[in-house]
Write a protein that binds this ligand. Structure first.
Ligand code: FAD
Length: 557
């Protein structure tokens, strides 16, 4: 039976050096390439079935698409409109599963959907929402409700009244995509998985008994520059938009499977719109729907959806993307007059859509596809954050089948992840500790919300050294002890790993956390053994890493 996140491994990712040592030394049943949500889910599913699992991520965990989503665990009304009933049903069902496994990390949120101008649209959406509730087996905490103009204005003051016919309120869930990925990985480590970030797969090992079959991967450690091989019986590719590149490492003639579609979000201060409900606005210039989501004390607005052909690393938002999103909101809230100068940060992500492209990316399916190559690789393309657990199940079911066919014993053949609570967000009674109680209420609340049970560990760090209880930047609740925790327990290797992913300082601070870079590099250096030269190089590298999030940079381009 799986260990339900009981040991200390569940609350720390442990030292990267120890994981690397094991990757070099041990043989694995399952090697996962990619440490976004898809790879993390596969690692947890495999490890909890008793497989020896290794996972390799070329950058930081979740640094690809899995940190750039709209942060929704949702069925997706849009996909219903495209008649993707199976996907919508699976996603709606997963909301309940994930909410049960990690309450506090996956939270219900009311979504307001106003309708302007067209009675036909009102009727169509009413039917759509009935179907949405039906596909969720009528289980939402609040089934959708119709709202009149007054009801809408109470929830979203400032909404344009001209043409406003009424609307709806329905429920979906919000999460923190990076934290979800880290908690799934943390739980996988608790179940025995071995993982490393900055470990890039650059080739496949094919020297086994069967000619042409993959029996491992060639890895480059991007922190030390060393290369080594890791051996695994089944290699699974969960490389998101990089999948085609990985397939070509195996077979240079492999046909492309992925169509990257860019989606941009921007963050504005909460008080610019001034409400705490989420909105789904039908006011984009091209008639698409745009989300406005209360997020981390600010407001997240997104997203665009366009074909993308540029470099896959760090895709950039453009001035047109910003204009599109601001215009979408300003059309619904004319008095808000959002300007580019209101934008605190931006981020662009690439959807790993399946298939060659024709037609708008908005109409392309969000379903995932699992397939095998003649060399024995298993690969997964497409999918959603919401459905990562079911995607992982499909991949590991196939891997287990292949392992058993090859005569290997597998402890558990069935998926167990619907009953394994997620890391520091497992449903346990909230514990108060003297270290936490000693912190100011705002810091305490922030730590509990952001780190679940690990809030106590961060409070203990702040207690050891009181200056670590100080804020990283003015105006945000994050404290320096989070940086120590990120380096010590969450495998953060760079300043951006700490400030752009484990904490969201880069997205929530108008200066992207720049004034703190030198101090954060110093703190991380203490933990990771950097000398003075290295510490200063890491602080400078941060400037490069965060340019993509900076609104000023985009408006200047
Ligand atoms: P990624 O997160 O990109 O992970 C792939 C990883 O593989 C990367 O970290 C990469 O570095 C690594 N990798 C690649 N090559 C190698 C190599 N050679 N060696 C080692 N590692 C390698 N879904 C939802 O459910 N809800 C939403 O609200 C939502 N909003 C979205 C909004 C936008 C704008 C976008 C773009 C997507 C959104 N999605 C949403 C979809 C969801 O974010 C993605 O489906 C999901 O994050 C993809 O995860 P992944 O692990 O497959 O890919």
């Amino acid at each position: 039976m799986a260990n339900p996140a009981a040991d200390d491994g569940a609350l720390t990712l442990a030292r990267r050096a120890d994981h690397l040592e094991r990757l070099r030394r041990e043989d694995f049943d399952l090697l996962v390439v990619g440490g976004g949500i898809t790879g993390a889910g596969i690692a947890l599913d495999g490890a909890s079935r008793g497989l020896r699992v290794g996972l390799l991520e070329k950058s930081d965990f979740a640094a690809g698409t899995s940190s750039r989503s709209t942060k929704l665990v949702h069925g997706g009304l849009r996909y219903l409109a495209q008649l993707e009933f199976a996907l919508t049903h699976e996603a709606l069902t997963e909301r309940y599963v994930l909410r049960d496994l990690a309450p506090g990390l996956v939270e219900w949120l009311p979504f307001v959907l106003p309708i302007f101008g067209s009675v036909f649209e009102l009727g169509k959406l009413s039917m759509g929402l009935w179907l949405y509730d039906a596909l969720a087996a009528m289980r939402a905490p609040n089934l959708h409700r119709r709202l009149g103009r007054q009801g809408l204005l109470e929830l979203a003051p400032g909404l344009k009244q001209d043409g406003l016919l009424g609307g709806f309120v329905y429920s979906d869930c919000r999460t923190d995509d990076v934290r979800l990925t880290l908690e799934v990985l943390r739980t996988a480590v608790g179940q025995g998985a071995t993982i490393a970030n900055y470990a890039e797969v650059r080739g496949f090992v094919k020297d086994g008994a069967e000619p042409g079959k993959v029996v491992g991967v060639e890895v480059a450690d991007r922190r030390s520059g060393e290369s080594f091989a890791v051996r695994g019986r089944k290699v699974v590719l969960a490389g998101g938009v990089w999948l085609d590149r990985l397939l070509k490492l195996d077979d240079p003639t492999a046909s492309p499977r992925i169509r990257p579609a860019k989606g941009v979000h921007l963050v504005v201060p909460r008080d610019r719109l001034g409400f705490d409900v989420a909105l789904f606005l039908p006011t984009a210039p091209d008639g698409r729907l745009v989300f406005v989501i209360p997020w981390q004390g600010a407001t997240l607005i997104g997203t665009t959806d366009t074909d993308y052909e540029g470099p896959l690393e760090a895709p950039l938002a453009t001035a047109e993307d910003v204009t599109y999103l601001l215009e979408s909101v300003n059309r619904a809230f004319p008095d808000a007059r959002l300007q580019p100068s209101d934008v605190v940060s931006l981020q662009a992500g690439l959807r790993p859509l399946v298939g060659a492209g024709s037609g708008a990316t908005t109409r392309a399916s969000r379903e995932d596809r699992v397939f095998e190559t003649p060399s024995g690789l298993i690969a997964i393309a497409g999918g959603k954050l919401t459905t990562y657990r079911r995607m992982a199940q499909r991949v590991v079911d196939l891997a287990v089948r292949r392992l058993r066919e090859a005569g290997h014993r597998v402890a558990e053949t069935v998926c167990l992840t619907d009953r394994i609570p997620l890391g520091a967000f497992a449903p346990r009674p909230t514990r108060s500790t003297p270290d936490l109680d000693a912190l100011p209420a705002e810091t305490r609340d922030h730590l509990r919300r952001a780190y679940g049970e690990n809030a106590a560990a961060i409070a203990a760090i702040a207690r050891e050294q009181p200056d670590l209880g100080e804020r990283i930047v003015p105006g945000l609740p994050n404290v320096k002890a989070e940086v120590i925790h990120a380096a010590r327990h969450e495998m953060a290797q760079t300043v951006a790993d700490a400030l752009a992913r484990r904490a969201h300082v880069v997205q929530l601070d108008r200066h992207q956390g720049r004034p703190a870079a030198v101090e954060v590099a110093r703190l991380m250096g203490q933990e990771l053994g950097w000398d003075e030269g290295r510490t200063s190089a890491e602080a400078s590298r941060f400037e490069e890493d965060i340019r993509q999030f900076s609104a000023g940079e985009v408006m200047l381009r």
